[in-house]
Design a protein around this ligand. Structure first.
Ligand SMILES: [Fe+2]
Ligand SMILES: [Fe+2]
Length: 469
């Protein structure tokens, strides 16, 4: 493994200075990235000192360095997990053969599309979250927002490194376009639907980091199995950072839940009247962001997924837990739509791999929701947050264009139209949540709608000055 070089323009452990052409290409892209960051990154906080962690190596202990930094000066670097000598394809048609260090010509387009699609989500989420710094519920949360933002920026660097290194001129053009698309823009939108939805307040931010960043975890984990070794090594290290993003989301919602329960036990018990977010409203936002995130896994039955698996490019979540890695002749049992009816059927496994990955994701989401429900129970309240059916409110895949209730019953269009405001945030809910969004920037203080965190960042107290005003 190349040593970590942090005194160059671009910190890296890929021996960038040994490849002058690549180094020049990335150093030429860097100012465009910084321009994009200043234009589309967090509004209003670029000149402040923020207590952030920066990736400085890939060692399990001590990969991150914590200190105050102004965001435009953040050291976005390129870090790949060390190469494992003798690594072989773990699945697909090339199972057992040596992994690739270069892109095979026949899979070039498929790989490029996967890298670009993953790469596009990274700046998209920074754009979606750019205005949230105006209304953070505490300095702790404000810092966590910016931590997520700078690391999504680094994930963009990770994908741009792959594009610039392995995809020639096409890759350079794709790298430029990653800085040109804009979340929610009608002319040049981001590639995937959930990344064009507004994240206009902190409840959506926490739901986004809970559910949408978790989709990222599963996509990265599937690519971390890749037989294109540089992609696998890149994604493995990205997962290290991703864990914190999901922590921000899950613990953020958990603190809102705890606060709602405390307020329910006050005289009168009206959570909203006391400046909290009530559990039924939380349920609606969970329904929204969970269903948007389910869409990100793609169609239930997919020849693209089969092709990517066959080619050894995108595997399953933790491929080595499975005994069989070729998936010829095996099947996945799942619900499908046939002539307008839901039927349970065996689908050839390779074609069902999006659904296989989505099923793992759903289990992981459920574990998080179980922890929220434990908080509610511990507060002595009888109520449960439930994940809706995987068919509810889908816009991609076979359930799109049909209507289902949260428990998965098929509905006609009129019933859906009449009832969807019970299940998804309506205009009044959105206005109410926004009405609570006032900044709280006094050290250790929290907004009315959220409980304090159990502990601070990097073993510091919760009332640490995470952002210097
Ligand atoms: Fe990311
Ligand atoms: Fe993330």
């Amino acid at each position: 493994m190349a040593n970590v070089i942090t005194d160059e323009k671009i910190p890296n452990n890929v021996n960038l200075s040994g490849d002058k052409r690549l180094q020049r290409a990335l150093e030429a892209w860097q100012p465009a990235f910084i321009d994009w960051w200043k234009q589309m990154g967090p509004v209003g906080w670029q000149e402040r000192d923020i207590y952030l962690r920066t990736a400085v190596s890939v060692e399990t202990d001590g990969w991150a360095h914590f200190d105050y930094v102004k965001m435009p000066d953040y050291r976005w670097g390129i870090f790949l997990e060390p190469k494992q000598e003798g690594r072989v394809h773990g699945f697909g048609d090339f199972h057992g053969q040596p992994v690739w260090d270069e892109v095979p010509g026949e899979f070039r387009n498929l790989l490029r599309r996967l890298v670009v699609t993953q790469g596009d989500t990274e700046p998209a989420s920074v754009e979606q979250q750019r205005a949230l710094g105006a209304t953070a519920p505490s300095l702790y949360d404000l810092r966590n927002l910016f931590q997520v933002n700078v690391e999504e920026g680094r994930h963009l660097w990770a994908m741009v490194y792959l594009l610039q290194t392995y995809f020639g001129r096409d890759g350079r053009e794709e790298a430029e376009e990653l800085l040109q698309r804009r979340s929610g823009d009608s002319d040049k939108p981001r590639i995937l639907g959930a990344f064009n939805e507004p994240t206009s307040h902190w409840l959506s931010f926490f739901m986004f980091t809970m559910f949408t960043d978790r989709d990222g975890k599963y996509q990265l984990a599937a690519l971390a199995e890749s037989g294109f070794d540089p992609l696998a090594r890149t994604c493995r290290f990205m997962l290290t950072e991703e864990a914190h993003h999901m922590f921000v989301g899950e613990s953020g919602v958990q603190r809102i839940v705890r606060r709602a329960c405390e307020l329910m036990k006050q005289p009168g018990g009206d959570v909203r009247a006391q400046g909290g977010i009530d559990l039924p409203t939380l349920q609606k936002y969970a329904n929204l962001w969970y269903s948007l995130s389910l869409d990100l896994f793609g169609g239930e039955v997919s020849s693209n997924a089969a092709d990517a698996f066959a080619a050894g490019i995108k595997g399953r979540y933790k491929e080595d837990r499975y005994d069989e890695h070729k998936l010829i002749g095996s099947h996945f049992s799942m619900d499908v739509l046939e002539e307008g009816n839901v039927v349970h059927k065996d689908v050839p496994m390779r074609n069902a791999l999006n659904e296989v990955l989505r099923t793992e994701y759903i289990k992981d989401c459920q574990r998080g929701v179980d922890r929220w429900n434990k908080t509610i129970k511990d507060e002595g309240i009888s109520w449960e947050i439930k994940l809706p059916s995987n068919k509810f409110h889908r816009q991609i895949g076979m359930w799109a264009g049909h209507h289902f209730s949260p428990d998965g019953a098929m509905l006609d269009a009129a019933t859906w139209a009449a009832r969807k405001g019970e299940w998804l945030p309506n205009v009044a809910d959105e206005a109410f949540v926004k009405s609570l969004m006032h900044p709280v920037y006094e050290r250790g203080k929290m907004a009315s709608w959220i409980a304090p965190p159990n502990k601070g960042i990097n073993a510091l107290p919760g009332d640490f000055e995470y952002v210097r005003l």
